[in-house]
Design a binder for this molecule. Sequence first.
Ligand code: NAP
Length: 478
Amino acid sequence: MSQARIGLIGLGVMGANLSLNIADNGFPVAVYNRTSSVTDEFVASSGDLADKLSPAHTLEALVASLTTPRAVIIMVAAGAVDAVIDELKPHLDKGDMIIDAGNANFHDTRRREAALKNDGLNFIGMGVSGGEEGARFGPSIMAGGDIASFEVIRDILEAISAKHNGQPCADHFGPDGAGHFVKTVHNGIEYADMQMIAEVYGLLRDGDKRPTAEIGKLFEAWDQGPLNSYLIEISGKVLQAVDEKTGNPLVDMIVDKAGQKGTGRWTAIEALSLGQSPSTIEAAVAGRSWSSEKETREAGEAIFADIQPQAGAETLSDADLEKALLAAKIIAYDQGIKLLAAASEEYKWDLDLASCAEVWRAGCIIRSALLDDMASAVREGLPHTQLIFAPRFAQIIREGSSALRRVVASAALRGLPTPAFSNALAYFDTMRMGRGTTDLIQGQRDFFGAHSFERTDGGKGHHGPWASDVAHSAALTD
Ligand code: NAP
């Protein structure tokens, strides 16, 4: 085989499928896996694509089989990236590039990019979404790092990516960690979306005692409307699946402890350090963390078994739930986009926010019918960087917020937790209230800490008339 344009290290689920995708698009690809037998088995089972795959059993051989400047994708377990870079580096020449296509904390990406630059090597931090199927047939690709290097492999990335109306869902978002940050926020939104769908499931299952398969059918129906999305589609399928062993709905046989690899948590952590609070994403992270406390929750259920639903809970119609879910989901995207804007400013990335929404329209886990409209709204310019203020979304939120309000109120009265919905509503109500209640908090801060406040009629650095009260409080505590 002629020399390959690109190499790939790590033939796990994602790496194997990405290699097949690259080969399937006509690009010869050199592949390497730490465990050599995996490489051989992979190539042997790749059928017609084998002639596009060049197996290497050492990193030296992998590098030797590539055209220059060399481009090597690393797709290994997150904790192994630095070790693989250290092993690979001595075989590369100045101007070559390493592409980390796994999920990485963007701070690590920034660190790796800076370190490799010192060695004359280029680094691309590249988020890939879409799971196994996406990797094989078209993922959404969010790259960051050296733009000149990206241009060298742009044709490959665009060819293997998902397409929305023929437009590739692959882009370069900015220097160093920009791509991995966009992927992290994508995952944060994914967390919020999944949590909200699960909250609807909880309201229908525990509030209305609806059979599981019926809820699945409802999601299937919603998938034909404005909620059309990959996550609604698969939720409908998961809820209608039957356990072969017991004949029960499969979901009843799944322990309600959610896993998380960290990207949702990273989103929340980074947001907080940027002075942001994407409360729907935070609620989703909290929901997963709380879910892991299964034994505690079971103990709590026994202790508080006497607490009954309160009177006054409205019966929720399916239409209300659908509208509430749509509104809450838009709010989650609003928070994600705002976070991207804040990070872009902090790290001088100059992120194209519309392009973020555009590459999410196909191939990735959060793909949905809404994203096309969102991308257009962002392209047109968001008032105050708020998606919910964009005219086409303001109208949906205006209508959906009353349904969201009924859902949150009903859930509270029935004692059913809806952290993401509740946080979506609180955020919306806060963002539509010109005068909030932080005037009191500023007063409190000035009272106990002389932090000063800004006056509504102008001027910063003012203090309240409580100096003698403060002295009195101090005397009481002495
Ligand atoms: P994974 O289980 O995270 O990684 C498996 C691969 O890593 C194997 O090829 C393994 O080689 C290699 N590896 C592990 N430790 C190594 C080390 N110390 N040195 C060299 N190679 C090492 O597989 P994955 O699910 O395909 O994920 C890869 C990356 O993609 C991760 O960052 C993941 O978070 C990200 N990602 C995954 C998904 C998904 O749906 N799975 C979606 C998006 C992104 P051996 O065969 O020798 O063990």
